[in-house]
Ligand binder design. Structure first.
Ligand code: MTE
Ligand code: MO
Length: 180
């Protein structure tokens, strides 16, 4: 009787440990996923899935910066954004630019996606200073302060767009693709 109890007790502890481990595993996974989906980092991916670059706010701040003073088309208020030209970030993943942007590369485009899954597109030519001065930046500050949680930490500002539909807030990824 005593032995039986011990055996049961052992089996019970084994089962408890197994269940606890199982629970931890399944608990750990969503946490990992949540970490990946956090908008505190920006992933830039070049043509054909690579090379890619993961930028945190601190890395972004160290890159050559550009300041834009714009009138927000919705708020009709003057806003000062500071950040890094999108073209400079694309250059770091080897995207064709300048004289290399011709032929088949003219069918390449950039998909920018936000934490809320909102997505927008620019063609590579639209972001290339050999074609036009797009002045599109990935901003990290507004009026001198870091962008708040529903805007930042990264936001694209496309100052020449008449509607701010491509001023994508909570930007999480920028991916370069080729049209089929
Ligand atoms: N992440 C994200 N960014 C977005 C949108 C969105 O739905 N999600 N809407 C866009 C559109 S259509 C407009 S008009 C502006 C509105 O900017 P606001 O929400 O800061 O006023 O954000 C743009 N950026
Ligand atoms: Mo909009």
């Amino acid at each position: 009787m005593h032995n039986l109890f011990r055996e049961h007790n052992g089996a019970f502890s084994f089962a408890a440990c197994f269940l606890a481990a199982l629970a931890l595993t399944f608990q750990a996974e969503p946490r990992l996923f949540a970490q990946e989906a956090t908008p505190s980092q920006l992933k830039i991916t070049g043509l054909g899935g690579g090379p890619s670059l993961v930028l945190y706010a601190a890395d972004h701040r160290k890159m050559p910066r550009k300041t834009l003073t714009v009138v927000n088309p919705h708020e009709k208020k003057t806003e000062v954004y500071e950040g890094v030209p999108l073209a400079d970030l694309l250059q770091r993943v080897g995207v064709p630019q300048g004289e290399k942007l011709r032929g088949a590369n003219m069918a390449c485009y950039v998909v920018a996606e936000a934490a809320d899954r909102y997505r927008i597109v620019f063609s590579l030519a639209e972001l290339d200073s050999g074609f036009l001065d797009s002045d599109v930046i990935v901003a990290d500050t507004l009026n001198g302060a870091p962008l708040g949680p529903n805007q930042g930490p990264f936001k694209i500002v496309a100052p020449h767009d008449k509607r701010p539909a491509r001023w994508i807030r909570m930007l999480t990824s920028v991916t370069v693709k080729a049209a089929n």
